[in-house]
Every structure is written in structure tokens, then in C-alpha cells.
Write a protein that binds this ligand. Sequence first.
Ligand code: LLP
Length: 407
Amino acid sequence: MIEAATLAAIADRWGTPCYVYDAQGMRARHDELKAALRGVDHRIHYAVKANSNLGVLALFHELGTGFDIVSGGELARVLEVGGDAADVVFSGVGKRADEIDFALKAGVGCFNVESAAELARIEARAELLGRAAPISLRVNPQVDPQTHPYIATGLRESKFGVAMEDAPALYRRASASEHLRVVGIDCHIGSQIQTWAPFREAGQRILELRDTLAADGIDIEHVDLGGGLGVAYDDDAALDVAAYGQGLRELLGNQKVTLLLEPGRYLVANNGLLLTRVEYLKPGFKNFAIVDAAMNDLLRPALYQAYHHIERVGAPGADALDGSWNIVGPICESGDFLAHDRDLTVAAGDLLAVHSAGAYGMSQASNYNSRGRAPEVLVDAGEPRLIRARETLNDLLGPERAALAGG
Ligand code: LLP
């Protein structure tokens, strides 16, 4: 959606590597999901971890979404853009006491609780603060989402959630506590799921649990089916969101319960790209195009062997070579690659766009090899705006200098 001339101007102005996002595209995805869910009593909680830039969070806040968070840091981000803690669900297997306190004081909408031990800790913190913590249990419906093993989370062997069979007893315990308030049931079976079927299976099991609880006199207000809506990275089939919506309509029928969803990738992945410039060509037994972005900027290829489409921006330079290229970064590891065997006509100095980098791109970036993290630019109706400056050497060295000087 963003024009080559705009990308070239962004690269000139803010340098490369640089993340570029499309605001209109994000709004369009949000609207598409809302349209698919028409007739379903639902709330969307954008999963902050997918792309947690304040500019992006502000955009979703303006659209009226709630948020799904997994840390106190993410809660601080939501509050920073004027988000209401009541519209936040707090997921994650390892919530610290200070994070629980922060969320309780802010008035978070729901804790998605992942173990008996965590339930006990939340109860104890709530008692200390003289409050009742709203909770839902994240259960493990044991559904295979048929996705990469690192991002499948609803199987028996995963670290997430509580076993289905343990849930009723935990709910009874929670509903008997004056410092816990049962509000929902939650699950999240994985990410990048391409078909409706695993969601249906998970949803059915959640609704069965809801009926079991109702028979016990425990009524819940919402069921949360998590995120996981898959997108197209290549020619692979993306989740058909209309079919997903239709499935949810049929699943929920006229049940008196609010549906919560926690999509991250779906809203942002294909509305972001990573701009990078070719530093050197190194043709040979294998052809390498060495670019200025690396695994510290975009970890997905190294970590999941993920495919990201790569395209040259604008005309090739005068010395361009045709070939099949491994697009690699400057980091001292063979695992530092963005792509293998891509047919491109490319010259040193050319600008490349790494597509589908709006989700789990910048949010998984690091300072490995003492590389400052890339800037982020949000383009709205053709107008680019810097939403995060490139990290400077001072940003990198400052905390160590300060600590060393203070020690
Ligand atoms: N809710 C919970 C509890 C989650 O753990 C996640 C993602 C989401 C929602 C959002 O899932 P999404 O709609 O984005 O699929 N770094 C990996 C993805 C990890 C997903 C972790 N959990 C990647 O780059 O593919």
C-alpha cells in the first residue's frame, strides 16, 4: 500500500534499517474483523506483544479496541496512550507479584490465570490490597492448531494454561474466595492458525466447561478464545476471516455470553515492512546479499525459519546482478539471515523491503552485537511520521556507564 517513492524518502530521511507501518491498513484489518463478527456479542483485545509501539497502540485505542497484555511493561504502554485498564486482559504464565499489584491498582479487567499457584498468588495480593481480582482461567483444550511447534500453545505438553479436568475445582475455589471474582474462561491454542476447525474444537470445549460451571452455580460473563488468526506470508492460505466469523456466530448462537478475542498478528503483520539497504554483494558458490538489517532486527527467519517476502524498492542500481540470493545480515552467526535463495536483480546500495514484518518484528528486536534498534515510521494517508527514533550509542551505553560510575 505504501508507494516506493515514500519508502525511498523514508530511507533517506531516517536511514535503514527502518520499520514502516501502514495506519490505514491497520484500520482496514480491524474493520474487516469487526464486519466478520457482525451479530456476535464480542470485544477485541489487541495483543500488544505483536507490535507494542505507542503509535500503534494509540491507533487501536482510537478504534476502540481493548488490549491483551503479558507484562507490567505492556500495561504501562496501554495506560500511556490513554487506554482504560478495565479494557485490558492480563495473560502470561509468570506474572510477578509487582506486576499483579500494578494491574490490581490500575483496575485491570481480567487476569487470565494459568496455574493453581498463580491463582493463589493473585488472591493473596488482592487480599493485601483489599480488592477482589477479576479472573478467568486459561484452560488447555488440547487442540492441535497445526502450526509451528514454538507457537502451538494448547497441547497437553505445553507450559500454558491449566488442564481441562482441573478447571472445575479451581473455579469452585475461586468463586468461594472474597478476593477473587470469576468473570470468564480463557484459552489461546496457538498462533498463525490457518483454518477455523481448531478454533471450533477449542470453542466447543470451552462452552462445555461453561455449562459444567453453570451447573455448579458459577456463572461467567465472557469466553475468551485468544488470538492466533493466521495471515498470508507467501502464497500460503490465510485464515478466511469471514468463515471464522460465521463459525463463531454458529458456535455462540444465542448463548448469553460475551466473546473476547486477542488478535495480534492478524491486525498488524501485513501492515508493516522492514526497509533495509544492500551493503555488499558477495557472489560465489552461494550468492550473498549482505544487508544492513539482521536477526536482531527481525528474528523470525532465524527462530522459526519463517518466510518473509523480499522485494527491491525502485529501480536496480547500475551494477545490478541477476541471481538467486541469500539475504543475510552483518551479525556473526550463520543463523543471521532474512531469506534464502531469492531471485532478485540487485546492486549494492539498493533498497529492499522485507514484507509482513508488522507483527513480532520490532517487538522481538534486540541489541545483539551492540546494534541499536531500528526506528519505526507510521505512514497515514501517504504521510510518514516517526513513532520511534533509532537507538543511539548513548541509549546503548548509558545504563552501563551510569552503573559503572555509580558503583
Ligand atoms: N493471546 C495470547 C495469550 C498469546 O500468547 C498470543 C500470542 C496472542 C494472544 C496473539 O496471538 P496472534 O493473534 O498474534 O497469533 N513470535 C511468534 C508469535 C508468538 C505468539 C505468542 N502469543 C511469531 O513471530 O510468529
